[in-house]
Design a protein around this ligand. Sequence first.
Ligand code: 13P
Length: 279
Amino acid sequence: MLTNFNSMLKTAYAQKKAIGSFNFYNYETLKGILQAAEQMNTPVIVSFGKKYLSNMSFAEVKAITAASADLYKTDVCLHLDHCDSMDIIYQAIRAGFTSVMYDGSALSFEENTANTGRICEVAHANNVSVEAELGSLAAGEASHEGSADDKEVYTSPDAAREFVDRTGVDALAVSIGTVHGLYKGTPNIRTDILQAINEKLHMPLVLHGGSGTPEEKVKECISNGIAKINVNTEISDYTVQHTRALLEKENPHLSVVALNQMRYVEEVVRKYMGIFANQ
Ligand code: 13P
């Protein structure tokens, strides 16, 4: 069933687990994610970015996600990933997305707060959950989010408290050293900053840049308030690498390539779901 992320994230936060938010770009990636969720018996967030609007329109995304989600027993949240355009967010809400992320992290604190507050009013009136971001992630390699010159700005715990109070946002994405894309060196994840944010907020926090983040660090983050973790780059990398190997071996029909790609996506998503269960 399609749902917003509020109850799944509250439960995950209380149980010190995280729900995976996995990016999809077409039917195969969506289906691979949903198959993994069914096998791992976990709710899931399927996340679509405006960058992929040239692959599918919001109406098409809503239609295939709702139809596919009905075939599975797990709750599915259809989420709009990083979006800096309020107009596009309203389009996603009208199309039937159950959750949106407004990314005003490049704006001043005041502008980000005002815009996020406005998005929350509209989204909440439509039973749609809202994630926003304070601070900003650096760019790693092969990232499909942000831009190559993005610099790291850690989230301030005091500013985070004020931001949440003034906007009414449902979940907050924090910047604590993860990067979008692949790490260029050894990751330096500032769980001390995360701990301070969690002590101030006591609400579900979001970790972007899941790909390649060391497992013990991910688990430490989950134990300190991270209840939603985003993964994009590794879904694409793993699937492209395995597709290349398949094509080098044989000359399959396109339908067989598509079936295999669902399986590759399912494998990488299942690995992350196992880590996010934090056992
Ligand atoms: P990665 O591509 O590093 O997994 O990050 C994904 C992300 O944060 C999507 O918003």
